[in-house]
Design a protein around this ligand. Sequence first.
Ligand code: E4P
Length: 218
Amino acid sequence: MKFFIDTANLAQIKEAHDLGVLDGVTTNPSLMAKEGIKGEEAVMKHYMAICELVDGDVSAEVIATDYENIIREGEALAAMHPQIVVKVPMIKDGIKAIKYFSDKGIRTNCTLVFSTGQALLAAKAGATYVSPFIGRLDDISSNGVGLIQEIVDMYQYYGFETQVLAASIRHTQHIIDCVKAGADVATCPLDSILGLLNHPLTDIGLAKFLSDHQQVNS
Ligand code: E4P
């Protein structure tokens, strides 16, 4: 399973990268705004900075919602750096654009996916990744991880190559549940990744090892 970090914060990206387990980064317009990145030039510069920090795929989202402008923005993003994956919303023109990008060999991440039917369309259009938002589904009393399982099963049954990228992860248990469901990728906030490190028995065991070592060696 691949780990992406879900942020545009360079310090957090560096921290996850330095851990040695990071496979990529996802961003979205809200995450860019949170970092105060304004204007096309600043946005492009920020994507470049992210690509220089990490080795894997970096999802950069188009703002346009009409076919011509999604193509224009997506081609500019893809031309900027080989690590860029063009993130396209799950709308009619988005699906048409994903098919265009896929025919041209430009990699895509179909975002804002909330149903198996939407994931079917994204795969048929040739998306590299599909991003079901599990936290936002849980927020409305729906079953986010259940959707991951349905999409994984469907893609496996029909042999689709689109990778299931579990997005909108809110906590560490979401990552574990996505592993069990067979997601190809989880994009996570830094805290959720770091949460995987924790177990009280590890802390108790380490304290005992160190105190036993201290007793004999003092
Ligand atoms: C990532 O690709 C998504 O944009 C992100 O995970 C959405 O997360 P949120 O629901 O916490 O905003």
